[in-house]
Design a protein around this ligand. Sequence first.
Ligand code: FMN
Length: 162
Amino acid sequence: MKLAVLYHSESGNTKQVGEIIAAGAEKLEEIEAKCMSIDDVDEDYLTEAKAVIFGSPTYHGDISWQMKKWLDTEAGSYDFSSKLGAMFATENYLGGGSDVALLTLAGHLLVSGMLVYSGGAGEGDPYTHYGIVTIKDGDAEDQEKAEIFGERVANKTKEVFA
Ligand SMILES: Cc1cc2nc3c(=O)[nH]c(=O)nc-3n(C[C@H](O)[C@H](O)[C@H](O)COP(=O)(O)O)c2cc1C
């Protein structure tokens, strides 16, 4: 079962967190995960993926314009309505606007008809809310949280689609 992590990243932080999330997802034997940039999408893989985890840097308290552009102009080529969606964001400063970025992503996912999953607080420690957030690429604790987040989304993907 395929899971995609789709990110925008200029200086590498969001990419690095996306790769950790994908590694976490791949801990489940039944899951194949691929982490890809919006600038280099494996279209066949994304079409086949049962779940997509979107990642964006926080720009001025929201998602990056590059991610917004991709969602507005490219996402329509895929039938996301049959997929599970989740999201993560990176920022430089605690309270730098990543929650808004996550909710912007959630809005796009909902409009496209995705089944949106937060990996959320009900799952216990580590408590994620709308999705995960790291300051830049995160400290060791945040990186562990990213891995667990990937595992949780993969588990939910199995639960929904197996
Ligand atoms: C144009 C621009 C705007 C940014 N705005 C914010 C912001 O509002 N809040 C914040 O905490 N960080 C902000 N940052 C920092 C980035 O969100 C952060 O460094 C992020 O991890 C970069 O991701 P990347 O390395 O994947 O490109 C901004 C960076 C840029 C380039």
